[in-house]
Design a protein around this ligand. Structure first.
Ligand SMILES: *Cc1c(COP(=O)(O)O)cnc(C)c1O
Length: 370
C-alpha cells in the first residue's frame, strides 16, 4: 500500500498567523488564567453561538462532568448508559456514586427512556444520558420521568456542540449539559470543556467549584477542584469559533458522500440523523451486520492494512470493563442491545481535511469485498 495513513479524525486548526496576535495580547497583559479576558470573551461568544444562557468553561469535559454532579449535590445512584466514552461512568465513580446501567434504543444509540423507570430505586437521584454521535436523546421522555421521580438530569453532551433540537439548543434540556472541546471533537481548544447551565446562581456555584471552592479572598465554601480553562485555550477557542460553521459544512459533505456510496452495500447499516435536529457530523458510524462478507474486526483490519484507521467506538462497552462489570446492572443479559451495537459498530474517518481521493479509497475498501 502506498497511500498516506488516513487517520480516523484530525483536529481542525486555523492558520497559525490568526492565533499569534492573541498570544501577543496574553504576553502583554500577563493574565494567564483565572477568568482572564479571553476566558470571559469566549464564555460570552459561546452563549451567543450556542443559544444558551450561561456557559462555564473548563479545562476538560471530564472535570466538568465531575463538577456538574457536585454542583447538583447528587448522591446515591445515577442512571446512565453503557454505550459511551468511559469518562461518563468515571465521573460518577469519582464522586463515590454508583452508576446504574440502562440499555439503549438501537435506533438512536441513546439510553432507552422506556427502560429507565425499572432502574429507579430509593437511592436514585439523577440520570446522566449521552447524546451519542450528536443524535439527541429522547429529552421529552427523560424529563417527564425526572419530574415524576424528582431526579436531576445531567447530559453528557460531549458530542453535541451546536446541535439544535426543534428550533432551540439541545443543551437547554436537563439541569446541566457538559461539552467537550478535546482535540478530537468538532469544536476544539486543544483540551477543554464547558458546563451549560440555566441561571446565574448555578453558574456562580459551578465557577466557585472549578476554582477550589473559593468564593472570595478569605472564604472557601466547598471542596472544589482546579477545573479552570487557561487564557491560551480560551484565545484559541475564539479563533476556532470563526471557522466552526465551515468545518461542520465540510463534515456534512463527507457524511453525504458516505451515505450515498454505502447506502446499498449489503450488510452495512447506516444510522439516521434525527429529523428534528441538525447534526454536527462529528462521527460517521456504520454497523457491520451478519450478512456482510467480513466481520466487524475483519473490516477494521482490512482498512488498517490499506492505511485507513477506523475506530471501534464505543467498544468495549463501559459495562464490560473490569471496574464496572461486577455491578448488577452491568450484566450482558441486562444490556443486550448495547452489547450487540458495540460488537458491530465502526466509526469511519471524518474531518474537514479528508480529501476526495481518501474518501473514495475508504468507500471502495468497504464496498468492494472480493
Ligand atoms: C470526549 C468525551 C468525554 C471526555 O471529554 P474530555 O474533554 O476529553 O475530558 C466525555 N464523554 C464523551 C461522550 C466523550 O465523547
Amino acid at each position: 500500500m502506498t497511500n498516506k495513513l488516513i487517520p480516523v479524525t484530525q483536529p481542525f486548526l486555523p492558520e497559525l498567523s490568526e492565533f499569534i496576535p492573541l498570544l501577543e495580547k496574553i504576553w502583554d497583559n500577563r493574565w494567564l488564567t483565572n477568568n482572564g479576558p479571553f476566558h470571559q470573551e469566549l464564555e460570552g461568544k459561546l452563549c451567543e453561538y450556542l443559544g444558551v444562557e450561561y456557559v462555564s468553561l473548563f479545562n476538560n469535559a471530564t472535570i466538568a462532568l465531575i463538577t456538574a454532579l457536585q454542583a447538583m449535590r447528587i448522591s446515591g445512584e445515577v442512571i446512565t448508559t453503557p454505550y459511551s466514552f468511559v469518562a461518563t461512568s468515571h465521573s460518577i465513580m469519582w464522586n463515590g456514586l454508583a452508576p446504574v446501567f440502562v440499555d439503549i434504543d438501537p435506533a438512536t444509540f441513546n439510553i432507552d427512556p422506556a427502560k429507565i423507570e425499572a432502574a429507579i430505586t430509593p437511592r436514585t437521584t439523577a440520570i446522566m444520558p449521552v447524546h451519542c454521535y450528536s443524535n439527541p436523546c429522547d429529552v421529552e421522555a427523560i424529563q417527564k420521568i425526572a419530574d415524576n421521580y424528582g431526579l436531576k438530569v445531567i447530559y453528557d453532551a460531549a458530542h453535541a456542540f451546536g446541535v439544535n433540537y426543534k428550533g432551540q439548543s439541545l443543551l437547554k434540556w436537563g439541569d446541566l449539559s457538559i461539552l467537550s472541546f478535546h482535540a478530537t471533537k468538532v469544536f476544539n481548544t486543544f483540551e477543554g470543556g464547558a458546563i451549560i447551565c440555566p441561571d446565574a446562581k448555578t453558574k456562580q456555584r459551578i465557577d466557585c467549584l472549578k476554582n477550589f471552592g473559593i468564593s472570595d479572598e478569605l472564604t472557601v465554601t466547598a471542596p472544589g477542584i482546579n477545573g479552570k480553562m487557561s487564557e491560551i485555550n480560551a484565545a484559541f477557542g475564539l479563533v476556532q469559533l470563526k471557522h466552526i460553521d465551515k468545518a461542520m459544512q465540510q463534515r456534512q459533505t463527507i457524511d453525504e458522500c458516505y451515505r450515498q456510496a454505502l447506502a446499498d452495500v449489503n450488510g452495512i447499516t447506516l444510522y439516521q440523523h434525527d429529523v428534528h435536529a441538525n447534526s454536527n457530523f462529528s462521527y460517521f458510524p456504520i454497523l457491520v451486520e451478519a450478512d456482510y462478507p467480513l466481520s466487524r474486526d475483519e473490516l477494521y483490519d482490512k482498512l488498517k492494512a490499506n492505511n485507513i484507521l477506523s475506530r471501534r467506538y464505543f467498544y468495549p462497552l463501559i459495562s464490560n470493563m473490569p471496574m464496572y462489570r461486577g455491578l448488577p446492572s452491568a450484566s450482558m443479559a441486562h444490556l443486550p442491545l448495547a452489547n450487540a451495537l458495540a460488537d458491530k459498530v465502526l466509526c469511519l474517518p471524518i474531518y474537514s481535511d479528508l480529501t476526495d481521493s481518501a474518501l473514495s479509497m475508504i468507500i471502495e475498501c468497504i464496498s468492494r469485498v472480493d
